[in-house]
Design a protein around this ligand. Structure first.
Ligand code: ATR
Length: 284
């Protein structure tokens, strides 16, 4: 039940109905007995500036932003943390006491924490192949920098976008090699990690077509898509004996920073949470 003291947070997206964040934060709010609510906020791209400036006025403690707002929100917040600035995208907003908005990017820690938890022994030596060059790819590359992965092979349909990513993230100190999208199968040799950050494989989008024959079986295969939970890429990789890392774990881990900032409790990513959010996924 909401009361006059209920702390309000939510997620701004367009469309937003697909988002599992309300289920995820709702689970934590109930588990920790917090008087809070986390609601879906369908905000059209043209209305993003108005919606963001309304958050403090409506008494929100903060919000997440998702597709397609992550890059535009960067210019609309009052302050940025260092990660968001480097990545060039924002996914977590905190309304501060003076009613200004701080933007940060928890996708970076989300990917890093999930990968580290899924591959406790660490990655084999060798470059990481990153498919895609959008906001999600930027977060993944920044996370890989934190994990000490120095060689990145970047494969994107639009080569200019890959070049811009490599340029913008150069301060992180990684070495980038750009490979044409049509030659992606040839990029896999010797890799320690393959990550799909494109929308391919997501329900309602096209399939990711990629023969994995050239990939060493020691390589870890990760997908940030989590609808479906097991994408074709992950199913193919599992059949070939690769260790696979799904997209749901990144979603769960990235949510921790916002929850802590808004509601004051450091939440845990547990099996019960995973089961709750995957049950919600199965229900569509
Ligand atoms: P996000 O912020 O989630 O990364 P995005 O910025 O829209 O979302 O990026 C989507 C990524 O998926 C991009 O790398 C995009 O490639 P382009 O830069 O060439 O647009 C990639 N992508 C989407 N549809 C694709 C398709 N049909 N084939 C290949 N790549 C695709």
């Amino acid at each position: 039940m909401t009361t006059g003291r209920t702390k309000l947070a939510g997620i701004l997206g367009w469309p937003v109905a697909h988002s599992r964040s309300p289920a995820l934060h709702g689970f934590w709010l109930r588990s920790y007995g917090i008087d809070g609510a986390y609601v879906p906020l369908p905000v059209r791209p043209d209305d993003l500036a108005d919606a963001l400036s309304a958050l403090p006025k409506l008494g929100f403690v903060g919000a997440n932003v998702t597709i397609p707002h992550k890059e535009r929100a960067l210019a609309l917040v009052d302050a940025l943390d260092k990660t968001a600035e480097v990545v060039g995208a924002v996914n977590t907003l905190v309304v501060r006491d003076d009613r200004t908005i701080l933007g940060s990017n928890s996708d970076v820690d989300g990917f890093r924490d999930h990968l580290a938890a899924s591959v406790p022994g660490g990655l084999a030596p060798g470059p990481a192949i990153v498919l895609g060059a959008g906001g999600a790819a930027r977060a993944v590359v920044a996370a890989l920098a934190m994990l000490g992965v120095r060689e990145i092979v970047l494969v994107n349909r639009t080569s200019e976008r890959a070049a811009k990513l490599a340029h913008d993230l150069a301060p992180l100190g990684q070495h980038f090699r750009l490979v044409d999208w049509t030659r992606r199968a040839t990029a896999l040799e010797g890799a320690s990690l393959l990550v799909n950050t494109t929308s391919l494989g997501m329900a309602g989008h096209g399939e990711l077509v990629l023969a994995l024959d050239g990939l060493p079986t020691s390589a870890v295969v990760a997908d940030i898509v989590y609808v479906p939970l097991e994408t074709r890429l992950l199913a193919d990789a599992r059949r070939r004996g690769h260790r696979v890392v799904d997209g749901l774990g990144m979603l769960l881990h990235q949510a921790r920073a916002g929850f802590k900032a808004w509601f004051g409790v450091e939440p845990t990513v547990s099996e019960a949470l995973r089961a709750h959010v995957s049950g919600d996924l199965a229900g569509g």
